[in-house]
Design a protein around this ligand. Structure first.
Ligand SMILES: CC(C)(COP(=O)(O)OP(=O)(O)OC[C@H]1O[C@@H](n2cnc3c(N)ncnc32)[C@H](O)[C@@H]1OP(=O)(O)O)[C@@H](O)C(=O)NCCC(=O)NCCS
Length: 212
């Protein structure tokens, strides 16, 4: 198994891998439209910060990846990327995504009425770097994820970043345990993620941080 930096020739294979690498996680699919989800969580990393994107390769095939960013303030924010994807893919006119956004609007109103917070972007200069990691089933439990994280954290530290954050969900217990083992600690509240459901239940955002 090899960890290496993304190269342009990985692009097509990585897009295919991204469609299945999150399988089983609560965030496996947000609204059931992989292309627009890749436009938020993968394409900008390939296009704007390819040097912070790392892949795990086994027997010549990609089995996992980490899409990172050293300075989140210099990267388009998640809300902006979501808004662009909604417009570009006309998501509110597509059945699956429209149902998601309708449910999200109801969840948001419900939370507001109860004066509860909802999930949002995290910005704190103590932890300016961030990452998204997905390892396909055949690469889980093999150390590929550990190696991807270590490689990105070394890269971010070498670039002068003082810390890294990530956002996962409380209900992704495997990922949370994994991130804790990699030195990340929970930070802040656990607000509802509007619209998202996992095994029929609501899902809550967990922000985690680690100094570099
Ligand atoms: C999160 C992820 C990168 C972790 O990598 P991994 O190789 O699975 O990590 P580990 O093997 O260290 O497993 C993490 C924990 O799950 C446990 N685990 C192992 N096999 C498991 C299984 N089949 N089901 C549930 N938990 C399992 C491990 O024992 C470990 O827990 P422990 O530290 O308490 O022992 C990987 O599982 C993944 O990509 N999952 C899908 C996408 C995802 O959730 N990405 C993160 C979104 S923020």
């Amino acid at each position: 198994m090899e960890i290496r930096g993304f190269t342009e020739s990985d692009r097509d294979e990585l897009r295919v891998l991204a469609r299945r690498a999150g399988a089983g996680a609560p965030t496996e699919s947000l609204w059931g439209h992989p292309e627009s989800e890749a436009a938020i969580y993968l394409d900008p990393y390939m296009d704007l910060e390819p040097r912070s994107l790392f892949v795990a390769v086994r027997d010549g095939a990609l089995i996992g990846y980490l899409a990172g960013c050293v300075d989140s303030a210099a990267f388009p924010g998640e809300d902006q990327r979501i808004d662009e994807a909604i417009r570009r893919y006309r998501l509110i006119f597509r059945r699956g995504p429209a149902a998601f956004f309708g449910r999200a609007a109801l969840d948001t109103v419900g939370a507001k009425l109860r004066r509860l917070p909802t999930a949002g972007e995290f910005t704190d200069p103590r932890w300016p770097s961030h990452l998204h990691i997905n390892v396909a089933d055949e690469g889980r439990g093999t150390g590929a994820a550990d190696a991807l994280i270590s490689r990105f954290l070394e890269h971010a530290a070498a670039a002068g970043s003082p810390g890294c954050h990530l956002q996962t969900v409380v209900e992704n217990t495997r990922a949370v345990r994994f991130f804790e083992r990699m030195g990340f600690a929970a930070h802040g509240a656990e607000p509802l993620v509007p619209g998202l459901r996992y095994r029929g239940g609501r899902v809550h955002q967990r922000t985690m941080v680690r100094a570099l």
